[in-house]
Design a protein around this ligand. Structure first.
Ligand code: ATP
Ligand code: MG
Length: 460
């Protein structure tokens, strides 16, 4: 049964309203001040708040603000005195669902309450549905419904319980660190340390002492003995990020630790043994580095026990919708917006599909976050996108494959053709879906396919 909290400083009045709403099948709670209302909200699950505007100490607006900070989705109906329209407007601007002027008859009250309640039900169902879909299409906070990402989840599931050394490859921003952490936190070592080292961030000698530690007096400035990351990660997971940048001399040392599971601190002679699970990540093509002689072959094979290749975002654009909803939800929870952003409009979707996302998911998240800050309504439009992003996105569209002596008409035809081909590919040749992506009608698309003589069956 749904519960309504009724707040009014006149005790008798709350009792009357309570009787009316209980007759209508709701459970009710009553409070005679804002402070009492907050107490009740802390103690009980409430589905709707019906509050008086004018109350001593904390008034209705202040209570509304407190409620919206706690739960932006909890509907609030304001009861206002006759002739206080400005206050009612203020309440609506601050997120009240509705307002009702005193005195009112029971039927109007019930109408308002039922309306807000059914809205709440729809919103809740939507959120539950979305959560269910996200759980299905995610592994912890890694999102992806594309086949490649589903395969990545499967691999994480399989390798997490073991101690197998894992190599994660992928361009910048594809989620390498996220995957490394999720392997650790889904492993039996999850309560032990996860220690990360960025192999490209330090000069060679510093990196060596960072990894293996040093004895007192090992070099100028080594005032005391210091444990390295290998020791700190003992019984947990060591994450070697940017392993492709590891200097050759340290590649040899790392190989020895992996093979013999012992090492010495810099300046020390005592062998130290550790029990660690190793995960390495790189945005370089290690095979190529190896062929070019920059990465040791024996080390490569030691690291490459399990390999996880994270696809660039442009190769899994079918995940874009889920990712945008995921980030919109994430930033909605972190902030309170006047109008909560619900999604991105068709034109933005098209632009996103078109763009190559060199910074991958990190760049995507960043663009969504910045657009949400600019967005005045509930849908992100092209004008909300950061200017540097749109400039870049549009530029790419124009520069690709256009001969320098091309005429305008030819160029437009070329771009049109490319966009249609791409949309068809993304839509698995289902024309109605492709038309949706392009923002045109199905018959319009069909005509264009004929006019441009596109052989859609031969597209992969
Ligand atoms: N599949 C995904 N689902 C949700 N968020 C993701 C996903 N992939 C990456 N992210 C987010 O994108 C950002 C970058 O991810 P991460 O730091 O793991 O990338 P990376 O591959 O290690 O990048 P770099 O090579 O630049 O270090 C993080 O905020 C991360 O949470
Ligand atoms: Mg990283």
């Amino acid at each position: 049964m749904e519960t309504i909290l009724i707040v009014d400083d006149e005790k008798n009045y709350t009792l009357i309203l309570s009787a009316v709403l209980e007759d209508e099948g709701y459970e009710t709670l009553t409070a005679n001040s804002g402070a009492q209302a907050i107490e009740k909200l802390n103690e009980c699950d409430v589905d709707l708040v019906l509050t008086d505007m004018k109350m001593p100490s904390m008034d209705g607006i202040e209570l509304l603000e407190k409620i919206k900070v706690r739960d932006p989705y909890l509907p609030v109906i304001m009861m206002t005195a006759y002739g206080t329209v400005e206050k009612a407007v203020e309440a609506m601007q601050k997120g009240a669902d509705n307002y009702i002027q005193k005195p009112f008859d029971n039927d109007s009250l019930i109408l308002y309450v039922n309306k807000s309640m059914s809205m709440r039900r729809v919103i809740n169902e939507n959120r539950q549905l979305r959560n269910a879909v996200e759980n299905w299409y995610s592994f912890g906070n890694i999102i992806g419904k594309s086949k490649v990402m589903q395969d990545v989840f499967e691999t994480i599931r399989k390798v997490a319980p073991s101690t197998a050394t894992t190599l994660i490859e992928g361009e910048s921003g594809t989620g390498k660190e996220l995957v490394a952490k999720s392997i650790h936190f889904n492993s039996p070592r999850k309560d032990k340390p996860f220690v990360a080292v960025n192999c490209s961030a330090l000069a060679e000698t510093l990196l060596e002492s960072e990894l293996f530690g040093h004895e007192k007096g090992a070099f100028t400035g080594a005032m005391s003995t210091k444990k390295g990351r290998f020791e700190l990660a003992d019984s947990g997971t060591l994450f070697l990020d940017e392993i492709g940048e590891l200097p050759q001399s340290l590649q040899v040392k790392l190989l020895r630790v992996i093979q013999e599971k012992v090492f010495e601190r810099v300046g020390g002679t005592k062998p130290i043994s550790v029990d660690i699970r190793l995960i390495a990540a790189t945005n370089k093509d290690l095979k190529k580095e190896m062929e070019d002689g920059r990465f040791r072959e024996d080390l490569f094979y030691r690291l490459n026990v399990v390999r996880i290749s994270l696809p660039p975002l442009r190769h899994r654009m079918e995940d874009m919708h889920l990712l945008s909803q995921h980030f919109i939800d994430k930033y909605t929870e972190e902030r309170i917006y006047d109008i909560p952003v619900k999604g991105i409009d068709q034109a933005v979707k098209r632009l996103f599909y078109e763009y190559s996302w060199p910074g991958n998911v990190r760049e995507f998240e960043n663009v969504i976050e910045r657009a949400m800050l600019m967005c005045p309504g509930d849908m992100i439009t092209v004008s909300d996108l950061p200017k540097d992003f749109t400039d870049n996105a549009f530029n790419r569209l124009h520069l690709e494959d256009i001969p320098s002596n091309a005429k305008l008409y030819e160029t437009l035809t070329l771009v049109e053709k490319k966009m249609i081909e791409r949309a068809l590919r993304m839509a698995n040749n289902v024309q109605s879906h492709a038309a949706e992506i392009l923002g045109i009608g199905k018959s319009g698309l069909n005509q264009k396919i004929k006019k441009l003589k596109l052989d859609i069956n031969s597209k992969n």
